[in-house]
Design a protein around this ligand. Structure first.
Ligand code: EPZ
Length: 418
């Protein structure tokens, strides 16, 4: 397993190019199943999770090609002949459950392995299943698989008990080809949901209200392939903001969409970081020791749970005490124990963490436990005294494209060891 050795203490300086959003590309790739023919997706990051989705589509009979030099994926779904998403693939990436809606909508049948839990929580898919049942799908859970059938899905009124992102996306795809109109209340509002709505609309779907709490979809009889460019990755951008803040750096984020990051920018401004919109991108300038601020994660447009770990790293060296409350996942503080190994003073209660800022962290051997925890360890290591070795780097590779090249590009001292 690869590891990353980082020597901390360098103030990052220079430009970083933000890649396309993993969490926009994944539902978009699944949506290619809705229309026979060749679809093209642009601005697709070269990540493990994207490769896994490509392999999943191929296992269903699609022809999938990814051109790294262009960051583009081409999917031909004319030959879909298998409707089973096998455990071997689904267990490595929960987002695989997003083929359920499209397979049901277009082929009337699907057999998708139940995604297991993961480090950050049980992460059930009960809301996906109950909503599809409302649309007339017969769904049984057997031997760890979701077995679903539907003559033709029909429009329904759906209320999500929790604003589930992939649940909203799964149902948007299912409803696009259903007979009649579907109304989804308490739908997720994330920019990735809006991006999917834009793409479905370009395929001929009739989707209204994405980005607000209620989405209305008038089903159509067929959709056509898409040629779509995904939005930039707001969590990657937020991660680099934290890196600039903790190292007192001065970087320019090229290609980031500040409109998707208002809660994060507001919070990072509060701790003393300045932002400036330049023609070539967003300038982020750290200035000395961050000031401690509390944060509570919420569904969009609130502070994103996917930035909580990175913010905790930042607060671990802040001037003062910060209370970090995680309201989305029940076990998303695994990074706290690793940060403590670097000298952080963090105590975790249920649902919240108290971070007493220390003057500085010290490099240590630490272990990544999940995608954003690994990002938080990178942020901490960039400011720690001496060398940090981050083990189980595959967690980072799932969600960050060329992270070490981008960090080297702004002066960080790091190397990947096979
Ligand atoms: C998406 O996961 C993202 N993944 C996650 O990003 C992100 O952390 C999460 O949304 C929250 O923003 C992708 O978009 C591929 P949820 P998702 O359904 O859709 C509960 C990353 O780092 N819930 O919005 O799986 C669930 O347990 C990843 O890139 C149910 O109870 O998250 C959680 O507590 C990590 N039943 C809450 O809702 C359901 O049927 C929000 O989960 C569905 C969800």
């Amino acid at each position: 397993m690869d590891k990353l050795i980082i020597t901390g203490g360098v103030s990052l300086k220079g430009d970083v190019q933000i890649s396309g959003a993993k969490n926009a590309a994944l539902p978009a790739l699944a949506a290619s199943l809705l229309a026979p023919g060749k679809s093209r997706l642009r601005h697709v990051p070269d990540l493990m999770d994207i490769k896994t989705m490509g392999r999943l589509l191929e296992s269903l009979g699609a022809v999938y090609r990814y051109d790294k030099s262009l960051s583009e994926a081409e999917i031909d779904t004319s030959g879909i002949n298998n409707f089973e998403a096998a455990y071997e693939l689904v267990k490595t990436m929960r987002a695989s459950v997003m083929v359920l809606g499209p397979l049901l909508a277009r082929f009337g049948t699907a057999r998708v392995s139940l995604p297991g839990g993961c480090a950050i929580g049980a992460r059930p898919v009960n809301l996906h299943i109950s909503a599809l049942r409302k649309m007339g799908a017969e769904i049984a859970l057997e031997d760890g698989y979701i077995i679903a059938k539907a003559e033709r899905l029909r429009g329904a009124s759906i209320y999500f008990d929790m604003a589930t992102v992939t649940g909203t996306e799964n149902l948007m795809m299912a409803a696009s080809l259903a007979k009649g109109t579907t109304v989804m209340e308490n739908a997720a509002r994330e920019p990735e949901v809006v991006d999917l709505a834009d793409m479905l609309t370009s395929m001929g779907a009739k989707v209204y209200g994405a980005g607000e709490g209620t989405i209305e979809i008038e089903g159509v009889d067929e959709l056509k392939p898409f040629d779509h460019r995904v939005i930039p990755d707001r969590i990657e951008a937020g991660t680099f903001m934290a890196a600039a803040a903790i190292t007192g750096g001065d970087i320019v984020l090229r290609g980031c969409e500040t409109g998707h990051l208002e809660a994060v920018i507001t919070k990072i401004k509060e701790i003393g970081v300045s932002f400036e919109k330049l023609p070539q991108g967003l300038r982020v300038k750290g200035s000395g020791r961050p000031v401690a601020e509390d944060v509570r994660t919420l569904p969009y447009p609130g502070f994103p749970t996917d930035m909580q770990a990175q913010f905790m790293a930042l607060m671990s060296v802040a001037d003062g005490t910060s209370i970090i409350t995680e309201t989305i996942f029940e076990n998303r503080f695994m990074h706290a124990a690793e940060l403590r190994r670097m000298g952080a003073d963090i105590s975790v209660q249920s649902g919240s963490a108290t971070v007493k800022g220390v003057a500085g962290l010290k490099g240590a051997d630490v272990m990544a436990t999940d995608l954003r925890a690994s990002a938080s360890l990178v942020v901490a290591a960039l400011a720690a005294e001496g060398q940090t070795t981050i083990h189980r780097l595959y967690h980072l590779d799932r969600g960050y494209e060329a992270m070490e090249e981008k960090l080297k590009g702004v002066g960080a001292l790091l190397e990947r060891v096979k």
